[in-house]
Design a protein around this ligand. Structure first.
Ligand SMILES: [Fe+2]
Ligand SMILES: [Fe+2]
Length: 208
């Protein structure tokens, strides 16, 4: 596992992937391991799947299809750095391939999805939204906290979009972790709205 992690770190260090860097990989792999332990799944297998889940990001930039795009490289790394049999490799590669599909099936895939989505919640999730959407408009004054999330709009739209992952968790363990991370974001937006509208000091000047 250590050698695999070293090699993956090397691959990710060749190019800077905002919000999908080796730190995202490390956090996701650790979350996947923890969730697996709590849910009675093989911890090592979940961690390996977490380490490999975004290899597609190193071969292409687009969001679209980065799961399947990472399978050949993930297969190569599994062959070179692990002793898993074909059945386990198939499970891991299926998790890599399908981790960004909403209706994906399979216990390992669900664990990786939960870990990956948890990294889009809480303070870390917000930091990732701000860094990856740094060139976007921060928020619209007439819709400060949108009720429905949207990608490629304002940063607040992006954060709400990520908050919706809270409802997509598969495992009990992830739901529990997600609850406090989601609560934090709800609190952040409450404060954001108050400050933007001057409600925290009862602004007297026109708002627009
Ligand atoms: Fe991904
Ligand atoms: Fe990811």
């Amino acid at each position: 596992m250590e050698e695999l992690y070293k090699r993956v770190t090397e691959i990710f260090s060749k190019r800077h992937h905002i919000a999908h860097d080796i730190k995202h990989i490390t956090r996701t792999a650790a979350l996947a391991r923890y969730i697996a332990g709590q849910e009675g799944y093989d911890e090592d297998e979940a961690e390996v799947a977490g380490i490999l889940h975004d290899m597609g990001r190193t071969v292409q930039d687009e969001d679209k299809g980065h799961g399947p795009a990472g399978v050949p490289l993930a297969r190569q790394l599994l062959d070179e750095y692990t002793n898993y049999d074909e059945i386990a490799k198939t499970r891991i590669l299926s998790a890599v391939e399908c981790h960004s599909y909403l209706n994906a099936i399979g216990e390992l895939t669900h664990i990786v999805q939960d870990a990956d989505m948890l990294d889009g919640l809480g303070a870390i999730g917000m930091m990732r939204a701000y860094t990856s959407k740094a060139n976007s408009v921060d928020y619209n004054s007439d819709d400060i906290v949108p009720s429905v999330g949207k990608q490629n709009a304002t940063i607040n739209d992006q954060i709400v979009y990520q908050m919706e992952w809270f409802g997509l968790m598969h495992t009990k363990t992830a739901k529990k972790i997600a609850t406090s991370r989601h609560d934090f974001m709800v609190g952040f937006f409450k404060e954001f709205n108050n400050e933007a509208l001057g409600l925290d000091y009862k602004r007297k000047t026109p708002q627009l």
